[in-house]
Design a protein around this ligand. Structure first.
Ligand SMILES: CC(C)(COP(=O)(O)OP(=O)(O)OC[C@H]1O[C@@H](n2cnc3c(N)ncnc32)[C@H](O)[C@@H]1OP(=O)(O)O)[C@@H](O)C(=O)NCCC(=O)NCCS
Length: 369
């Protein structure tokens, strides 16, 4: 099986035709995966698109978007992997597995520490991808959000729905709010502007909007919210940035502008007070791992890149080396002996005790890839 990368616009078009068909089997749906993921399909990223051709047609693909995460301000290069698709006529022959293996090998050879994969299915788990991190998913009726908002009682908040034509103009102030969070991705204002004009905001059968929240006249937060027209009463916050003290009391207003009844949002579980606060206002919470799965690509690169973060947290280094049997052995920051398989490394690093609880970037966001 020959794994290729697009060289011409015709190659990309053939790949996209298959991808759109797989993801949108209903022909009334949009056919614009390249507009949904504009950075992934940008010409300068074509070297990170992998596909297989059989019988003179593209039958399977995997997309990679290289990004930098910030973990409590420390940069870590990652490959975000998504748009994994196989033509239904060619499924279950191991084609997606084969492409993913090539991607994982290339990431390793290029010293990329980690891959973030957009899904959780067996296909990824069998290749040693695992869930990590914890977040709170909060889901409540309008009355619950109203009660929470009045309890927080922050004065002088103004919620503004940003007009379509103005979204990208706000990229610069919004990206500075986004970047104030210690563990997110590195985004430039241009990157943000592209995301704010991506197809997510114009998908047929979805209604997605951007809200800017001002506190005492200055921009304090923003929320990207959507609802599916199939379930018009249920609003979901897809991304938020800035102060939760400004965003949480604004959610009733946002819900009302959609004419919705229930609202769902995700917040980091490290904000321990929030789980209790949500529940005391009859907002249901679930504790979940972060969206998607994580796969170590190059363990040595991962440990050497995390060294400053581990030193900052524990005052010592973490020494782990790969043994011949594929296990990573060494000594933890507390001096205890460690022997970890590849898939045990991310939970050890990023999950709470007995893991090290290192911060992980907030993958539940506007655009995974
Ligand atoms: C998910 C998807 C990409 C898998 O593609 P694929 O080429 O069929 O994947 P593979 O053949 O490598 O593996 C798929 C399954 O076939 C099985 N399989 C692989 N080789 C096989 C073989 N020779 N004989 C029988 N079964 C085989 C695997 O065990 C695997 O099982 P799983 O259900 O536990 O994952 C494809 O089904 C698809 O495009 N789905 C719709 C889009 C989608 O959901 N994408 C993923 C988003 S996270």
């Amino acid at each position: 099986m020959m794994i290729q990368k697009p060289k011409t616009t015709a190659d990309t078009a053939a790949m996209l035709e298959m991808l759109n068909r797989v993801y949108h089997r209903d022909p009334t749906c949009h056919q614009g995966m390249d507009r949904e993921f504009p950075h992934l399909f940008a010409p300068q990223n074509h070297d990170h698109l992998y596909y297989v051709t059989l019988d003179q047609r593209v039958v399977s693909m995997v997309g990679v978007y290289p990004q930098t995460m910030l973990l409590a301000g420390h940069p870590l290069k990652v490959w975000s992997i998504g748009c994994v698709a196989t033509d239904p006529l060619y499924e279950k022959r191991g084609i997606a597995t084969e492409i993913l293996r090539q991607v994982l090998e290339d990431g390793h050879d290029r010293d990329i520490p980690l891959a973030l994969i957009s899904g959780e299915r067996g296909l990824y788990r069998r290749l040693n991808a695992v869930s990590v991190g914890i977040m709170i998913e909060a889901n409540g009726e309008k009355t619950g959000w109203q009660s929470l908002g009045s309890h927080m009682a922050v004065g002088n908040l103004r919620v503004r729905q940003v007009a379509d034509a103005d979204r990208a103009l706000l990229a610069s102030p919004l990206v500075s709010l986004y970047q104030k969070h210690p563990s997110r991705f590195v985004r430039s204002a241009d990157h943000m502007a592209t995301l704010l004009n991506a197809l997510w905001f114009q998908r047929p059968r979805y209604d997605q909007r951007l809200f800017a929240i001002e506190a005492s006249g200055s921009l304090a937060g923003y929320a990207v919210a959507y609802r599916s027209l199939a379930q018009p009463n249920a609003v979901t916050i897809m991304e938020w940035g800035g102060s939760l003290l400004a965003i949480l009391p604004s959610l009733t207003d946002i819900l009302e502008r959609f004419g919705g009844q229930t609202l769902t949002m995700n917040v980091p579980a490290s904000l321990k007070w929030l789980n209790h606060t949500f529940r005391s206002h009859a907002i249901e919470t679930r504790i979940l791992p972060l969206q998607g799965t994580v796969r170590v690509l190059n363990g040595s690169a991962l440990f050497s890149n995390l060294r400053p973060l581990i030193r900052e947290n524990f005052g010592v280094d973490l020494h782990l080396n790969e043994s011949r049997d594929g296990m990573w052995r060494g000594t933890g920051p507390d001096g205890s002996g460690l022997a970890l398989t590849l898939s045990e490394i991310p939970p050890y690093l990023f999950n709470p005790y007995p893991g090290l609880s290192l911060p992980m970037a907030w993958t539940h966001d506007l655009n995974f890839i």
